[in-house]
Design a protein around this ligand. Structure first.
Ligand SMILES: C[S@@+](CC[C@H](N)C(=O)[O-])C[C@H]1O[C@@H](n2cnc3c(N)ncnc32)[C@H](O)[C@@H]1O
Length: 250
């Protein structure tokens, strides 16, 4: 069973049949592909991308369809099982999935672009992780993540504002599970760390810069068509403190 990535397969079936919301049509996917298009002026020949914590491979396969050499890394067997279904259904020569902890990224070489969606806020040492990403990214990093709000969140149970790795943020309790089989069933959570450190928005921007990306931006068009409502009180961006951050090496 696919839990989140609704992928239109070449045989016309969807991985989540009851839903019409395809990942290829999502605001996030459109926004990310616009950025990559801008970066390479639409010429993706020979360009590689790695999708960290790729879940069911929905974004990974979209990058491959764009023509990039696309690798998804996912730690959970349950999720990799679905990625392998996607891999075999599409049978694209430029798409592969690896089951491993994303902290082992350096084992798999250097990529032109590193895509890190829904993972940074599941880690306990985000700055160290970003440093590793920078060592593996030739051109750019794209990060879609929650950030620690500067007010007490009504949506997430977070600690007060503290510092970790020299950056401000809040701790988030993930789970208290040691058994790997049980952990595998919680498809969307952290893996080995039981609590995660959510960086503040300004700390994310600082960290991207500090680790070696000299162009640092936040992209907002994934919130279209109504950016104002998303960023106003009660809107998704404001209530869920989630953004799309980009770093480029130039
Ligand atoms: C919230 S989901 C996000 C999935 C997907 N990237 C997206 O944006 O839709 C977090 C994903 O990261 C994976 N994950 C968590 N910790 C990981 C780690 N240390 N290494 C690799 N994958 C991890 C989870 O299994 C899950 O698939």
């Amino acid at each position: 069973m696919f839990t989140a990535h609704n992928i239109l397969l070449p045989n016309g079936r969807k991985t989540i049949p009851d839903s019409d919301a395809l990942i290829s049509e999502s605001g996030q996917m459109k926004s990310v592909s616009r950025f990559i298009n801008l970066l390479y002026r639409g010429d993706y020949y020979g360009k590689s991308i790695v999708d960290l914590g790729c879940l069911e491979g929905g974004y990974t396969v979209e990058f491959a369809k764009m023509g990039m050499i696309s690798t998804g890394i996912e730690v959970r067997s349950s999720n990799i099982y679905n990625c392998k279904i996607v891999e075999s259904e599409f049978s694209l020569g430029n798409l592969r999935f690896i089951q491993d902890d994303a902290w082992n990224l350096e084992r798999y070489g250097v990529y032109d672009v590193v895509y890190c969606s829904g993972l940074l806020y599941h880690l306990d040492r985000p700055l160290s992780f970003l440093k590793m990403i920078s060592r593996c990214a030739r051109d750019a990093v794209i990060i879609h993540t929650h950030f620690a709000p500067n007010f007490d969140s009504e949506v997430f149970r977070l600690s007060s504002l503290v510092e970790s790795e020299g950056l401000s943020g809040r701790w988030y309790l993930e789970h208290d599970i040691d058994d790997v089989e049980e952990l595998d069933r919680f498809r969307w959570t952290s893996w080995s760390n039981k609590k995660s450190f959510w960086l503040e928005r300004k700390s994310i921007l600082q960290a991207i810069n500090d680790v070696g990306f000299n162009i640092v931006m936040e992209q907002f068009d994934w919130l279209e068509p109504n950016v104002v409502s998303a960023m106003s009180e009660g809107g998704y961006y404001e209530s869920h403190s989630r953004g799309l951050f980009v770093g480029v090496k130039r």
